[in-house]
Design a protein around this ligand. Structure first.
Ligand code: SF4
Ligand code: SF4
Length: 185
């Protein structure tokens, strides 16, 4: 197949060649928005439809329900952590940012629980695979919060107590129907 060359017309006339006219038109739009919104800003009467930017952090846009925020660990009805240290979430995590050290639980109905549960929020890529992998509704990302900025890297590593501080009681069936039957026994 023969190659064809598209000839592009060069702009003619001083208006197009100098870009002056295009610059003037752009500035006209910019100043038009400025003059329209500036008095409203000054008087505190912002119209959301006129101004597309937000004065963050004073103003915040509501996140959609499926937003993935800062992690939290959920609790059982008696306040114990729901996590059974099954290692599904660190296995699924593509960033290898979850560290769990399991221990035996004093509760005979529960085989294991995490002694150490850490998430490095600086390595986390907020993919949500840990939440998807968890069979017990033990880890969630529904806080609507961002990982906060830190000066020291160590401060970005959230430990079990920190993750549990945002946790609430979950009534999801723990670990599937089999364990539910054992719990009810
Ligand atoms: S959201 Fe993704 S990257 Fe972050 S801890 Fe969970 S699995 Fe790992
Ligand atoms: S997948 Fe759930 S139960 Fe398993 S270790 Fe992670 S948080 Fe705990």
């Amino acid at each position: 197949m023969a190659t064809t060359v598209k000839i592009v017309d060069r702009p003619a006339g001083w208006k197009r060649q100098s870009y002056l006219w295009g610059t003037v038109q752009g500035l006209r739009v910019t100043f038009g928005h400025f003059l329209r919104n500036w008095p409203r800003n000054l008087l505190g009467r912002r119209a959301q439809s006129d101004i597309v930017t937000l004065a963050y952090p004073e103003e915040k846009r509501a996140y959609p329900p499926r937003n993935r925020g800062l992690h939290r660990l959920m609790k059982r009805a008696d306040g114990q952590v729901r996590c059974v240290a099954c290692m599904m979430c660190p296995t699924a995590c593509p960033a290898h940012c979850i560290s769990i050290v399991p221990e035996e639980s004093e509760d005979a109905r529960i085989e294991k629980r995490p002694r150490i549960f850490q998430i490095d929020e600086l390595r986390c890529v907020v993919c949500g695979l840990c939440v998807e992998a968890c069979p017990c509704d033990a880890i969630r990302m529904d806080t609507g919060m961002h990982a906060w900025p830190t000066i020291r890297r160590a401060d970005a590593i959230l430990d079990k107590e920190e993750l549990l501080s945002r946790g609430e009681i979950s009534s999801a069936t723990q670990g599937g129907a089999g364990l539910f039957w054992r719990e009810k026994k």
